[in-house]
Design a protein around this ligand. Structure first.
Ligand SMILES: Cc1cc2nc3c(=O)[nH]c(=O)nc-3n(C[C@H](O)[C@H](O)[C@H](O)COP(=O)(O)OP(=O)(O)OC[C@H]3O[C@@H](n4cnc5c(N)ncnc54)[C@H](O)[C@@H]3O)c2cc1C
Length: 379
């Protein structure tokens, strides 16, 4: 088994790395401080085909494999974790379920728009009383004539205020529990679609996270994704793939913390020597680097199994669990290596410290990942 990216994957990784260094790194801190959505960056990414990374070429996408996609999310997140999650949601949580479960008409209508970045995608699952327990959602969808009438509130929706195409989940049969949930493709200009509060957050501040409110929202019958009652299954399988993206985002954040820490520890002198000469600092660097390498291979492994068509829930959960906990360890040690300066906004590691935490929470908390892994092992 050769544990190496192939030539095409390396080329994509290098191209995105160069792009992120040139176009994202110079403005990432400013976007974070101003809590500004990275619209211009996304436009440039769309031109490079990165918003349609996984969409097949016949629908206007780049048709890339999941390992290439993971390298894209890692390199983007290494410079701006907010742009990383927007890209991951757009590809994994919106384009993918339409690719996998959409009718030919739905694919032809929505995938080219998503691939060109003409509209950004959002995934509306979570509700005020249904987070980890997504099956407890209450948003309702009632078929009237040729339209579903949707009522309810979604919360914590990445790009909720910016998105044009939303994969959303609602209950079509209250008596059936999670088996009564259905998936829909909604558009933000549909009657009854409203953006609620936009949250002030600890980190990933350039990515807008909002409430969505549906008041008698009219969604055409033909926008049902798959069949009634298939929504929970669609949500879970979509989140399996999404976790590879978030794990890659975590690797990007961790790698950035390592990059910053290596550079700083070589420059900063104390006791007449660079910090890098002290064993305590060397061991922190060694520990972070080792965990990052292991995380990256877990991500590639999950991506590989997905592309081979195998079941990859366990692999994706392991990758997300380990990579997100690695990101937290990397930023905690990264700030420590920077000392007092690491606690100020003058150093990138402060932003990384705030950005890392969310990777342990969204698309399933670490506790949920452990539940997924354990249930795969124990039945
Ligand atoms: C910035 C941000 C962006 C997000 N983007 C999106 C998005 O685009 N789309 C979307 O649908 N959602 C999104 N979310 C929601 C996110 O997926 C949820 O916050 C997450 O799944 C956890 O749900 P919760 O917040 O309701 O926490 P809860 O489910 O209330 O969990 C609280 C705590 O209890 C633990 N817990 C819960 N149940 C168990 C159990 N059975 N055993 C052990 N521990 C348990 C959890 O692990 C956690 O530690 C986003 C959230 C944030 C903060």
């Amino acid at each position: 088994m050769k544990l190496e990216l192939n030539d095409q994957q390396k080329m994509i990784q290098n191209m995105v790395k160069e792009f992120a260094e040139k176009e994202i790194a110079p403005i990432a801190a400013e976007l974070d401080q101003k809590e500004e959505y990275p619209t211009k960056i996304l436009e440039k990414m769309a031109k490079l085909g990165l918003l349609g990374a996984i969409i097949p070429t016949e629908y206007g996408g780049a048709g890339l494999d999941t390992i290439s996609y993971a390298t894209i999310i890692e390199e983007i997140s290494r410079k701006c974790a907010s742009t990383g999650v927007i890209t991951s949601v757009h590809n994994s949580l919106v384009s993918w379920p339409i690719m996998k479960y959409g009718t030919e008409e739905q694919k032809k209508k929505y995938l080219p728009i998503l691939a060109k970045g003409e509209k950004i995608g959002a995934f509306a699952g979570t509700e005020p009383n249904a987070g980890s327990d997504l099956g407890a959602m209450q948003t309702s969808a009632v078929l009237k004539g040729n339209k579903y009438i949707i009522n309810g509130d979604k919360t914590f929706i990445t790009s909720g205020s910016e998105a044009g195409i939303i994969v959303l989940f609602a209950v079509t049969d209250k008596s059936a529990g999670p088996k009564g949930i259905s998936a829909f493709i909604a558009e933000s200009d549909m009657n009854g679609y409203k953006v609620g509060s936009i949250y002030e957050k600890l980190g990933i501040n350039a990515s807008k996270t909002s409430e969505l409110i549906f008041e008698d929202m009219e969604v055409p019958k033909e926008n049902l994704l798959s069949k009634e009652g298939e929504g929970f299954k669609i949500a879970l399988s979509t989140l399996d793939g999404g976790r590879i993206g978030i794990a890659a985002q975590a690797v990007g954040i961790a790698q950035a913390a390592l990059d910053e820490s290596i550079e700083y520890s070589k420059q900063r002198q104390q006791f007449g020597r660079p910090l890098a000469k002290f064993q305590a600092i060397q061991w922190m660097i060694a520990d972070i680097a080792t965990r990052i390498e292991a995380s990256r291979y877990l991500v590639y492994n999950a991506a590989y199994v997905k592309d081979e068509g195998g079941r990859f829930s366990k692999e994706a959960a392991m990758a997300k669990l380990f990579a997100s906990e690695t990101a937290m360890e990397a930023v905690v040690k990264g700030v420590q290596i920077h000392g007092g300066y690491g606690y100020t906004k003058e150093y990138t590691v402060e932003r990384l410290f705030r950005d890392a935490k969310i990777t342990e929470i969204y698309e399933g908390t670490s506790e949920v990942q452990r539940m997924v892994i354990a249930s795969n092992l124990l039945g």
